[in-house]
Every structure is written in structure tokens, then in C-alpha cells.
Write a protein that binds this ligand. Structure first.
Ligand code: HEC
Length: 156
């Protein structure tokens, strides 16, 4: 019994740890990435005179953009993605040091995880997806035909 309680307490601890959760779940573009970019980057990388021509205000603009042959985002390869490189010290630091808001390591890790997982436009929770999966085709039951007026055949 005591052992069970310990297990329960430990798993509760694990569930409560946000960084572990982030590592397990694939971040969603609309839920995690878009708000991140909006908060830390879009002010200077939006549609209006984006710095260095880098735009991250829309998925399409971000994915299609590149600079000096380096793509903003390379699906599956965060370390070679420009937006990550600028946040991990491998390129000019972004957001610029003087900028008021700076992402935490965990937040950057989330963007990185999203790119690693394929940088999809959105990641609907897989659980809901599979539960909405195709329903197996129903067997069409043969319709029982019962003559409405049984014909009485007089045997003799
Ligand atoms: C305060 C304005 C500002 C913010 C906020 C900002 N940037 Fe920038 N960004 C710049 C400027 C200015 C440059 C051009 C720097 C240069 O080339 O000297 C730039 C350049 C870049 C480049 C091209 C750099 C290169 O070496 O190719 C990338 C990629 C980039 N930013 C990504 C980001 C990301 C991702 C964020 C959010 C985490 C961000 N920026 C936030 C101002 C900003």
C-alpha cells in the first residue's frame, strides 16, 4: 500500500513538471509557436519592413523565407534553422539584447522541439485525431422480407 502511494506521488510529480511535459508533447503551432513569435519577434519581423527581410508573422512567410541561403525554418533540423540559431548563439542574437522581452530556455526548447517534429502548421492532439478516425463500415444487414400476406397454400 505504502509503495502504491509512493508510485502515485512520484507520477504526480512527473506530471507536474512542465519541462518534462514539453519534451513529451509535440508543441502546436497555433497554441505554442505563434504566440511565442508574436511576443518575441513579430514587432520587428512582421509584414511592415521586416528586419533583414525575415518575417515570422505568418506560417507561410516564416517557412518560405531564407537569408544568405539559410532557411528560417528547416523542418526536422532546428539547429540549422535560422530562427533557432539566432536564439541559441549560433547567429546574431535574437531578440536583440536591448529588447524588453526575452524567451526562456524552455520556450526556445519548445520551438526547437516543434521544428524537430516536422514544423507542421498545427498539431492537433493525436488523441482526438484517432478517436475521430474512420468508423469501420457497417455491415449492411440483408433486409428480411416478410410477405405481408402469407399465402396459404391449401395442401389438399
Ligand atoms: C527589436 C527588434 C527585433 C526583435 C524583437 C527581433 N529581431 Fe530579429 N532582427 C532584428 C534586426 C535589427 C535584425 C538585423 C540584424 C543585422 O543583420 O544586423 C534581425 C535579424 C534577424 C534574423 C536574420 C539574422 C541572420 O543572421 O541571418 C533572424 C533569423 C531573426 N532576426 C530572427 C528573430 C527571431 C526568431 C526573433 C524572436 C525570437 C527576433 N528576430 C526578434 C531585430 C529584431
Amino acid at each position: 500500500m505504502k509503495r502504491l502511494c509512493l508510485v502515485a506521488a512520484f507520477s504526480a510529480l512527473l506530471l507536474g513538471a512542465p519541462h518534462l511535459q514539453a519534451a513529451e508533447e509535440t508543441p502546436s503551432y497555433t497554441k505554442d509557436i505563434q504566440p511565442f513569435l508574436k511576443r518575441y519577434c513579430v514587432e520587428c519581423h512582421g509584414p511592415n519592413k521586416p528586419k533583414s527581410g525575415v518575417r515570422v508573422d505568418s506560417y507561410e512567410a516564416m517557412m518560405s523565407g531564407s537569408r544568405k541561403g539559410k532557411k528560417n525554418v528547416i523542418a526536422g533540423d532546428p539547429d540549422a534553422s535560422r530562427i533557432i540559431m539566432t536564439m541559441t548563439g549560433k547567429a546574431k542574437q535574437m531578440p536583440p539584447r536591448k529588447y524588453a522581452q526575452h524567451p526562456t530556455r524552455e520556450e526556445i526548447a519548445k520551438v526547437s522541439a516543434w521544428i524537430k517534429a516536422g514544423a507542421k502548421k498545427d498539431t492537433a492532439a493525436p488523441a482526438t485525431k484517432s478517436s475521430q478516425g474512420p468508423t469501420p463500415p457497417r455491415r449492411s444487414e440483408p433486409v428480411a422480407v416478410t410477405p405481408s400476406r402469407p399465402t396459404l397454400v391449401s395442401p389438399r
